[in-house]
Design a protein around this ligand. Structure first.
Ligand code: PXP
Length: 250
């Protein structure tokens, strides 16, 4: 039987709803604990430079209160590296960040930004934090991630998921192939391959058919789905979707 993919739940948008009113509810840490009870294998949170959703004390509380691995999404800046070294999460996923974007819009430019990224990767690794590079599914980015010494890559699935949502079958098929090929090449290069961004139940199930992807990180759709079925149920249903997709891969 194929190995089940791990599911990391991104709780950023629980904090988005909280911050809309400036109070303490809903609490992203409570959501993380509920997600774990419902079967999540880890929790992801992105401390953005502008703190628009997750805040410094959320990150500290997540580290203290959850029993599963914490994946700290961050830009490769001195400030974020310093905070990550204070929190000491299980993993740090380096992402590109632009202040004006609504969400992370693409993978890191690991090739062009190689020298800029090198010190951040080095400091996190030296501290024993597992570093993941959020990249486009292409071979040059995979090879640059290996050269930087990152043990993990997370493939950006946003373009594929958007093509599916917009009914662009040709683009969806070619993007899926890019992800499948990158997952194979990355694994052959010795990287652990994760995937994330824009995933819903249908795209999660399809992507789980790629056996080399060992972890999915999913947030926005599940927080939205929680409005209709509850957060625990939305996490549980995603586990079911991923398991169904993975069963077809075996
Ligand atoms: N992985 C990374 C690296 C991300 O930046 C995000 C969005 O913050 C996600 C996964 C989760 O994406 P979504 O919220 O669209 O499921």
């Amino acid at each position: 039987m194929a190995t089940q993919p791990r599911l990391g739940i991104n709780v950023d948008h629980v904090a988005t709803v909280r911050n809309a009113r400036g109070g303490a509810a809903p609490d992203p840490v409570r959501a993380a604990l509920l997600a774990i009870e419902a079967g999540a294998d880890g929790i992801t949170a992105h401390l953005r430079e502008d703190r628009r959703h997750i805040r410094d004390d959320d990150m500290a509380r997540l580290k203290l209160e959850i029993s599963k691995p914490l994946n700290f999404e961050m830009a490769a800046t001195d400030e974020m590296v310093r905070i990550a070294l204070g929190v000491m999460p299980h993993a740090a996923c380096l992402v590109p960040e632009k202040r004006e974007e609504r969400t992370t819009e693409g993978g890191l430019d690991v090739v062009g930004g190689f020298e800029t990224l090198r010190p951040s990767v080095g400091r996190l690794r030296e501290a024993g934090i597992r570093v993941s590079m959020f990249i486009e599914p292409d071979e040059a980015a995979l090879r640059a991630s290996v050269a930087l010494g990152a043990p993990v890559v997370e493939l950006h699935t946003g373009t594929y998921c958007e093509a599916v949502v917009h009914g662009d079958a040709a683009k969806a098929a070619s993007e899926f192939e890019r992800i499948r090929s990158a997952a194979r090449i990355g694994t052959a290069l010795g990287l652990e391959v994760h995937a994330g961004h824009g995933i819903d139940f249908a795209t999660g199930e399809t992507l789980a058919g790629i056996p080399e992807i060992v972890e999915f990180n999913i947030g926005h759709f599940l927080v939205g789905e929680a409005i209709f079925v509850g957060f625990a149920e939305s996490v549980r249903l995603m586990k079911v979707a991923l398991a169904a997709g993975r069963a077809r891969a075996s």
